[in-house]
Design a protein around this ligand. Structure first.
Ligand code: AR6
Length: 186
């Protein structure tokens, strides 16, 4: 499923983000930037040990922010390490920080001449954010950024499993309808 906003195509796909052939893949990192489990572990394994050697020099990253490194053995030239919030339904900052992690990733991408980028569903694994709540925030943040900034032409949003893809397809129908954008199925 995909939607076009100005010159940008936002596409939902199922797969393994480490295999994406885009300028940059986004990592769902933690604030140490020293690796971990989930998609972070998979990206470090696929990129090789030089990635950790570089992220050690980046000085960590605040929640809601993002930093860039090279991609080493990945097909992607860059990794953008974004730090999402740990889910807490009683903390009003949590959704703000999730939106910020997406927006900052796209700002860092623009600043580094990235025109194609792939995102995982940040915070929806180890950090416990329910997909039903995170998906409209994530997709809305991407669409709102791309409505105002044209240089990024392709955003691939990569879901690891079929249930997560189905939940994001439902969310994309809703956020696209709110913005009067047309969905293309398939
Ligand atoms: N490709 C695409 N998506 C994936 C992949 C993959 N190869 N592997 C997992 N996912 P998580 P978080 C999905 O836990 O919740 C790490 O330890 C997964 O199904 O990777 O932001 C970090 O170091 C889920 O939907 O990230 C942090 O400490 C989504 O990616 C912490 O986990 C995100 O799950 C960050 O937790």
């Amino acid at each position: 499923m995909r939607v076009q906003i100005n010159r940008t195509i936002l596409q939902l796909v199922q797969g393994d983000i480490t295999r994406e052939e885009v300028d940059a893949i986004v990592n769902a990192a933690n604030s140490t930037l020293l690796g971990g489990g989930g998609v972070d572990g998979a990206i470090h394994r696929a990129a090789g040990p030089q990635l950790l050697a570089e992220t050690r020099t980046l000085g960590g990253c605040a929640t809601g922010d993002a930093k860039i490194s090279r991609g080493y053995r990945l097909k992607a030239r860059h990794v953008i390490h974004a730090v999402g919030p740990v889910y807490n339904p009683r903390d009003p900052d949590v959704p703000v920080l999730l939106v910020s992690a997406y927006r900052r990733s796209l700002e860092v991408a623009l600043a580094n001449s990235v025109t194609s980028i792939a995102f995982p569903a940040i915070s929806t694994g180890v950090y416990g954010y329910p997909v039903r709540e995170a998906a409209p925030l994530a997709l809305g943040a991407i669409l709102d950024f791309c409505a105002q900034h044209e240089p990024i032409t392709l955003v691939r949003y990569v879901l690891f499993d079929a249930p997560a893809l189905a939940q994001h397809e439902k969310a994309l129908r809703a956020v696209a309808a709110e913005r009067r954008l047309i969905i293309v199925e398939g």
